[in-house]
Write a protein that binds this ligand. Structure first.
Ligand code: SF4
Length: 473
């Protein structure tokens, strides 16, 4: 038996919960899948590593993981044998029921009862994780073993690294048995729906919508969205994605169709910008935002977020600035990149404190990733005169059709026509991953690229500031 011989696995079931068309295409047209992004690959790798680490909570287990899909039968047999022999801890325990195959991260025996544990490299338990656990329970129980409890092991948001990694404190184990039991009927219904979808002669007729991004970005987006026109309702990037989906579901497929009055006031402005193809800006609000920015110092940051805390006092997924640059807008930027493997905080702190000592206001672009690092650094206080340019776009004080108001610095600069057409730019998340993956072989080259990019970032920050200032001057 191979994986493909089973009608469903845990991952394909979850795929079907998100969208039955995705489940169908995955089985029947897998060649239409988009290529996995570098971010998704990094996420999978992280999940794998955290899963392995969590095994140390219950050391010495029997590993039943199949090395290859063709070895699932052997994995089932090894699991059954280990259970029969009352092995106290089993990793990647394989179960099959109703032609659904699942691998459980940890199966553990305490006294005469079994406990099922699923590991997640995340700080919180999402609805999808509960459904995932509920399917595991359904299959394990159906196969003949009823776990006393099912638990989710996830990262402890309150944990701080001491001298060495304390696995028992790093993870939190939450008993989700009650919630999982309440989901069993839903799981049965969803399995039936999934089976029906898989027996269809052609893919189910499911229009694009919110489910294409939630809870995960679907990897058939390239296929399903190719018929969406460039001037469709989805191109109004200034409207929240859910709003665009709701308009589309209600039959407003093109920009011209949308009744302006159906939108909140701020969104009407965005719609008008698209209809007229003109920039929108709120002069009063821009004035207020930029008011104390006379001859400011511009600063840019790159940050990483590591699932495992790397330095003493750090928490899981803490945002840490590893590179910074500064300029007054006229002189060449100065930059600093921390030595890989060491705690960047002390030196970054020194670098930024020198900037602050000038007494000038500080202008930066703090999108989601960098803002967290900025806030968590504790370098700047409320009394410092700070202007975060990202907020101008997030709050729609300026909008140009086609821009992503929640995008990063480089995306915003490109949307404003302030940067070149560099196509191989990586995301802010991948900047952090790249830094964390520096090796002795790629060290010099990677540090050089980071230095160039952080300096470019601060120059672009100053250009965005100048662009906005010129609008209101
Ligand atoms: S892109 Fe959207 S509609 Fe297409 S399969 Fe994925 S979730 Fe379903």
């Amino acid at each position: 038996m191979s994986d493909s011989a089973a009608a469903l696995s845990k991952s394909t079931f979850i795929r079907g919960v998100q969208c039955l068309k995705s489940l169908y295409l995955n089985k029947n047209r897998p060649f239409l899948r988009d290529r996995l992004s570098a971010e998704q690959l990094a996420k999978f790798k992280r999940g794998h590593e955290i899963g392995h680490l969590a095994r140390d909570l219950y050391p010495g287990g029997i590993n039943c993981a199949p090395g290859h899909p063709s070895q699932y039968r052997a994995a089932l047999e090894k699991t059954a044998k280990s259970i029969a022999e009352n092995k106290p801890v089993i990793y990647e325990a394989a179960f099959r029921h109703e032609d659904i195959l699942v691998l459980l991260d940890i199966l553990m025996k305490e006294g005469s009862v079994w406990h099922a544990l699923e590991v997640k490299s995340s700080l919180h338990i999402s609805e999808t994780y509960l459904i995932d656990a509920a399917l595991q329970y359904y299959v394990i129980k159906g196969s003949g073993l009823t776990p006393e409890t099912i638990r989710i092991v996830h990262m402890n948001p309150a944990y701080r690294l001491g001298g060495s990694l304390d696995i028992k404190q790093l993870f939190v184990t939450t008993d989700v048995t009650e919630k999982v039991l309440a989901l069993q009927e839903y799981i049965g219904i969803q399995i039936k729906k999934s089976r029906e979808a898989l027996t269809l002669k052609k893919s189910p007729d499911i229009p694009v919508g919110r489910h294409c991004r939630h809870p995960y970005p679907c990897d058939f987006t390239g296929h399903c969205w190719k018929h969406i026109k460039s001037d469709s309702v989805f191109s109004i990037s200034g409207l929240p994605f859910d709003r665009r989906c709701a308009l589309y579901e209600n039959g407003y497929t093109e920009i011209a169709d949308i009744p302006e009055e159906s939108l909140p006031k701020q969104e009407q402005i965005i719609l008008r910008a698209h209809r007229t193809q003109r920039n929108y800006f709120n002069s009063d609000r821009l004035h207020k935002r930029l008011a104390f920015g006379d001859h400011p110092q511009f600063v840019s940051f790159f940050a990483f977020r590591s699932a495992l805390p790397l330095f003493e006092g750090h928490r899981p997924f803490e945002s840490v600035i590893f590179a910074a640059a500064s300029t007054d807008g006229t002189h060449s930027p100065q930059s600093f990149t921390a030595i890989p493997g060491s705690n960047p905080e002390p030196e970054i702190r020194n670098f930024l404190r020198q900037i602050l000592s000038s007494g000038r206001s500080v202008v930066y672009y703090g999108s989601e990733q960098t803002r967290l690092a900025f806030d968590e650094s504790g370098i700047f206080s409320r009394d410092d005169r700070l202007i975060n340019l990202a907020e101008v776009f997030e709050d729609r004080d300026f909008y140009t059709p086609g821009m992503d108001p929640d995008g990063g610095l480089f995306e915003t600069a490109a949307a404003l026509g302030l940067s070149g057409s560099k196509t191989d730019r990586i995301s802010e998340i991948m900047q952090g991953v790249r830094y964390l993956n520096i090796t002795s072989e790629n060290r010099e080259e990677t540090l050089k690229v980071i230095r160039e990019e952080i300096q470019e970032a601060v120059v672009l920050t100053s250009r965005i500031y100048k662009f906005l200032n010129e609008l209101i001057s």
